[in-house]
Design a protein around this ligand. Structure first.
Ligand code: CP
Length: 302
């Protein structure tokens, strides 16, 4: 992993996922270390973020590294017409690692090709969000005790949701059975179903899931993403497609956990928050340890 960019979750092997998860468990036990003393990481966010940017920055700060960057591209020279190529080539002179979020699919791959330092994709449009996936794997293994042979329900915006696209690719290495639950307008794209077909993995598609909830090990809720719709009427039609309530998970397995990459809008009712099945805020906390593991691996410090 040393000096390698993390653009797609498929850039890492199954063994490398497990190595990151083991390292993250070590960081969870000891999150404050001097490992990044003298290192500078740039966080370039061309799209809004709370968890990804702040958990990366928290991870870096707790390892004694320094952070530069921007959280609003309107404060960067992109507003003057500077190309992404020139921005990345310039910033890579100032740091050891770049963490970038950008609305365009493929932008992270492009950045990694022109950068003089490794690039971590913190989300590129509807494409990929690999560091989210590694923290999701960490959360799933921590709560289920294994990543193997699980039934994962992916619920909501499966068309534009980069987190579910990355998670599907990663979990496909662990003999997962997938349940895709979405309205017709937001179904899992065919390319991902074909990906599973080629691996001989099972998946099922539903519009509702309350009556099959007892089969789930993990229910992974997602937000219908207003910012990805070109037609506001389409968004209005689907925005309230699913609202998970506590009464809907009463018959679930005792160990079933509800995950969500967050932010949520209204797809998980507040009455789920106090359930022992709710795990999304712990999941967000796991982002710090997992990102400490990713950064230290890429910098060759672990
Ligand atoms: N999960 C996630 O990517 O959240 P943010 O958009 O707040 O970074």
């Amino acid at each position: 992993m040393k000096n390698r960019s993390l653009v797609s979750i498929n850039d890492y092997s199954q063994e490398e996922y497990l190595r990151i998860l083991d390292l993250a468990a070590e960081f969870e036990k000891q999150p404050v270390q001097d490992l990044l003393n003298g290192y500078v990481v740039a966080t370039l966010f061309f799209e809004p973020s709370t968890r990804t940017r702040l958990s990366f920055e928290s991870a870096i700060n707790r390892l004694s590294g320094r952070v530069i960057g921007f959280s609003d591209s309107n404060t960067s020279s992109a507003t003057k017409g500077e190309t992404l190529r020139d921005t990345i080539k310039t910033v890579s002179n100032y740091c050891d690692l770049i963490v970038m979020r950008h609305p365009l699919e493929g932008s992270a791959r492009f950045a990694s090709e022109v950068s003089g330092v490794p690039v971590i994709n913190a989300g590129d449009g509807a494409n990929q969000h690999p560091s989210q996936t590694l923290l999701d794997l960490y959360s799933i293994r921590k709560t289920q005790g294994t990543l193997e042979n699980l039934n994962i329900f992916l619920v909501g915006d499966l068309k534009y949701g980069r987190t579910v696209h990355s998670l599907l690719m990663a979990m496909s290495k662990f003999n997962t059975t997938f349940y895709f639950i979405s309205p017709d307008e937001l179904k899992m794209p065919n390319e991902y179903k074909l990906y599973l077909d080629n691996l001989g993995l099972n998946y099922y598609e539903f519009k509702e899931f309350t009556d099959i909830i007892d089969q789930a090990d993990v229910v992974y809720m997602t937000r219908v993403q207003k910012e990805r719709f070109s037609d506001p009427i389409e968004y209005e039609k689907t925005k309230n497609a699913y609202v998970l309530r506590n009464s809907m998970i009463e018959n679930a397995k005792p160990g079933m956990k509800v995950l969500h990459p967050l932010p949520r809008v209204n797809e998980i009712h507040l009455d789920v928050d106090n359930s022992e099945k709710a795990y999304y805020f712990e999941q967000a906390r796991n982002g710090v340890y997992t990102r400490q593991a990713i950064i230290s691996s890429i910098l060759g410090l672990k």
